[in-house]
Design a protein around this ligand. Structure first.
Ligand code: ANZ
Ligand code: ZN
Length: 807
């Protein structure tokens, strides 16, 4: 690979334009401008000590290109940036280095801003938000109190996911697969009284709202799966010799005749209720205890051996067959889903089948078609019922409907829905988070901090170490804990848990609209003017948690009349990851991390931007390649070197008209569909065409600069300026193509021999006579007539005919 010979001084040029841009207000959105608004949003960064990495560059470049293009299209663009700065990494760093997280955060944010500017991002830096700023989290607390007021924030004893290593309680989203999101340790279940947000109340609305969100299939499917709506029924199984009934949730009420036993979760309260009737209580208790030590991941693993204990002394009655059936306790049933109890239908459910085989329980076929001697028959979304007197011969769908009606009519059950999504465990037992604005009073109970007392500020203390007990470090700060009850004025205590990482980011897109408002989270006028986010780009990993949480908060704020739109985003896309050169995820331990600042130092920001956009399809993961960086730089050098070839004409060069119009059209549609790689390829081809000519017009050159500007803005501004323009490229109109000039202008030509038509061809219009004659003579058909003969004369009528006279 040949070394590149730089033709322009990237450092000097980039510094010059960054100074101009960032000292002016070129990228600042104007509230209430007459121009059409455009709101482009990227996921704001967590300002860790490591600073900006290559993933940020890629994540932000997509809408950076779109934003620069939109400004040229005459839109009033809002392209904001801010910092999601509460959270564990900063706190851990602060603890390790004995520096207060406030100081760490401020320093990290400052560095980050500098780095973003070094890369030339056109963010509106006048509207930055910082979630750890009391003026910001005042409103995060305000929203929490509104939710509390509406019964959507509540405290409850719950089995929560506890990470023994991070010493924090995790939400389901942060412990998917039973592993801690941060440190990958196994999560254990812990009983604790914690705050929850009732996101489940919004489950249906969140599903419905998806119809209002433009996104690819993958993004939609992931959200639907996470919300996990399941339609079925509750069925009540009487407990034999009692007035109690055991309630189960099933999606398959039609299979009830095949329910030959019941299984309850180890945590189920039936055990306590009937403790005195359970003959083998010790055995049951021992099983319960070992189940609690397992992670959810271990418990639901399909391949694992099913274990359980039969509860002796208790039986249930199948309400359709009236048979007495045994009840088991087993850890494959989760207390957190449905009712924590199931009717087991071993013939048609794999887990129930394995369990029945192990404990020698009856397996009764109720849907025909399988061979239940060998395995469970689970291909039963269709099929016909058997061994089920009330519904024999019916197709599955009809059988379910009929059974649910029967259950309802006889007070044995009812139609029901379940969601996989759980209420959002909204708490942290750490220092560096938003204080939960709640006070406990012996007389008044749980008292919300009055709105006028917000924000409840984090105390600036020296000791912010986590405790081993699962309690927040704030609990060790008497000045913080002790307060007076806002209701009765007696001594009271503050809540010491803080909010989870995802709190601040659940509404930051609203604060950008009015970041300095101290009366409201944002003014009604500004919310109305800016409306919904037009385009939101972010990581695939945030499609479940952040995207769902923020849609939930927005829907809630809509319901209480604070925001004018139900759904916050009109369109959501996701970029792919950039992997290390070894095709593995970049990580310090692998030593394959590419630092974007090193690339800027060596080749310039425009080169970095061009390469990152050119590297592959924007939505796909792709490995880094240093040679590709050089290639990107060579392309920019070529663009620069065209300068001396430029004449003063303000028309496109005739021979370039076709490719110019095609390039404008191609780049337009590529940019809008995130195909930056093919857009740049088209500009490279155009540049090569320019290079083939001895000279090009000013119009040709300026066209290329306008197309390339969103990708490599420093270089383009510099050349633009060198061409004699006083105004910045930001103010230029984005190029449009002439649809009439997209295809080559061709016309038919008739070729005759001695006046007789022998061939027809198509050529470019206005071909010179000599060229037309040569073209006609070279046609195979014509050659067959002229071969061996003497051409006496050729008559050429341009754009019409060629007549060859032969002897
Ligand atoms: C009888 C039955 C027969 C079932 C059959 C399935 C197949 P989804 O679709 O995920 O909602 N179930 C219910 N609660 C459970 C819990 N807490 N832990 C483990 N399993 C639970 O699944 C619903 C089905 O999962 C329910 O329907 C129940 O088993 C089981 F041929 O009831 B089914
Ligand atoms: Zn009180």
């Amino acid at each position: 690979m040949s070394e590149f010979v730089p033709s322009f001084d990237d450092k000097k040029i980039e510094k010059k334009w960054q100074d101009i841009w960032y000292n002016g207000d070129y990228f600042n959105a104007k509230d209430f401008s007459d121009k059409e608004k455009y709101y482009a949003l990227v996921e704001y960064p967590y300002p860790s000590g490591a600073g900006m990495h290559i993933g940020h560059i890629r994540a932000y470049l997509g809408l950076e290109v779109i934003s620069r293009k939109r400004r040229m299209e005459g839109k009033n663009v809002l392209f904001p940036i801010g910092f999601d700065a509460f959270g564990l990494p900063t706190e851990n760093y602060a603890i390790k280095n004995q520096i207060h997280p406030r100081i760490v955060t401020d320093k990290n944010i400052e560095t980050f801003i500098k780095q973003l500017k070094t890369a030339g991002f056109s963010f509106d830096f006048s509207r930055m938000v910082d979630t750890t700023d009391p003026d910001y989290y005042k409103w995060t607390q305000w929203i929490f109190l509104k939710m509390f007021e509406k019964g959507l924030a509540y405290k409850d004893i719950a089995y929560v996911n506890f990470c023994p290593s991070c010493k924090v309680i995790l939400s389901n989203e942060e412990s998917q697969g039973g592993k801690c999101d941060r440190c990958d340790s196994d999560v254990v279940q812990m009983e604790k009284k914690v705050w929850f947000l009732k996101i489940t109340e919004y489950a249906d609305k969140l599903l419905e709202g998806l119809n209002d969100l433009e996104c690819n299939n993958r993004i939609e499917i992931e959200q639907r799966k996470w919300i996990g709506k399941s339609t079925g029924a509750y069925i009540y199984f009487p407990v034999k010799d009692s007035n109690e009934r055991l309630k189960v949730f099933t999606t398959r009420a039609d299979t009830i005749y095949g329910a030959t036993f019941m299984v309850i979760a180890p945590e189920h309260q039936l055990l306590e209720k009937f403790a005195d009737r359970i003959v083998n209580l010790d055995e049951v208790k021992a099983y319960q205890e070992q189940a609690l030590r397992k992670s959810e991941f271990e418990r639901i693993e399909l391949s694992k051996d099913k274990t359980g204990v039969r509860i002796k002394g208790l039986e249930a009655i199948n309400p359709l067959t009236n048979e007495a059936i045994p009840i088991f306790i087993s850890d494959y049933v989760m207390i957190t889903y449905g009712t924590g109890a199931i009717m087991a239908v071993p013939a048609h459910d794999t887990r129930d089948y394995e369990f029945a085989r192990k404990y020698n329980l009856e397996i009764r076929e109720v849907i025909e078609g399988g061979n239940i001697e060998v395995e469970a028959y689970t291909d039963i979304s269709g099929g016909k019922l058997v061994n089920s007197p009330l519904i024999n011969g019916l197709q599955v769908k009809k059988a379910i409907a009929k059974m649910i009606k029967h259950l309802k009519d006889n007070n044995l059950g009812q139609a029901a829905e379940q969601f996989k999504m759980k209420d959002w465990a909204f708490n942290r037992q750490r220092y560096w988070g938003e204080p939960i604005p709640i006070i406990y009073c012996d007389d008044c109970g749980v008292v919300p901090v009055p709105y006028e007392d917000l924000p409840v500020k984090l105390p600036m203390v020296e000791n912010f170490m986590p405790t081993d007990t699962g309690e927040s470090p704030l609990a060790n700060i008497p000045e913080y804990v002790n307060c007076v009850c806002p209701k009765c004025g007696k001594p009271a205590k503050r809540e010491t848990d803080t909010m989870p990482q995802w709190a601040g980011s659940s509404w930051y897109f609203l604060r950008y609209l009015d970041p300095f408002n101290d009366k409201e989270l944002a003014s009604k006028d500004k919310l109305d003017y800016w409306g919904r986010v037009d385009w939101y780009n972010g990581g695939m990993e945030h499609v479940t948690r952040h995207l769902i949480y923020s849609r939930f908060w927005n829907q809630f704020l809509y319901d209480i009349g604070v925001v004018p739109h139900k759904e916050p985003y009109m369109k959501r896309t996701a970029q792919g990851m950039i992997l290390g050169e070894d095709n593995e995820k970049m990580s310090k331990s692998r030593g394959n991390v590419v630092n974007p600042l090193d690339i800027i130092e060596a080749y310039g920001a425009d080169t970095l931007r061009t390469y990152v956009l050119f590297i592959s399809d924007y939505e796909m993961s792709t490995p880094w390649n240093e040679n590709g960086v050089k290639g990107a730089r060579r392309f920019l050098d070529k663009v620069w070197r065209l300068f001396p070839k430029v004449n003063q004409s303000d028309q496109y060069t005739k021979d370039l008209e076709l490719i110019i119009n095609q390039t404008i059209q191609g780049v337009e549609s590529d940019f809008e569909t995130l195909k930056f790689n093919t857009a740049i390829a088209k500009m490279m081809i155009l540049t090569n065409e320019y290079n083939k000519l001895g000279e090009i017009s000013k119009a040709d050159y300026e066209l290329l600069l306008k197309l390339l500007y969103p990708v490599a803005p420093h270089l383009c501004e510099e050349i633009w300026n060198k061409l004699g323009h006083k105004d910045l490229l930001v103010f230029e109109k984005y190029p449009t193509y002439d649809p009439k000039k997209l295809v080559e202008d061709v016309i038919p030509i008739v070729i005759s021999i001695n006046g007789k038509v022998r061939d027809k061809i198509e050529t470019k219009r206005d071909l010179p006579k000599a060229e037309l004659e040569a073209l006609a003579k070279s046609q195979e058909k014509i050659k067959s007539y002229t071969e061996g003969k003497t051409i006496i004369k050729v008559i050429v009528v341009p754009n019409k005919l060629v007549n060859i006279v032969v002897k």
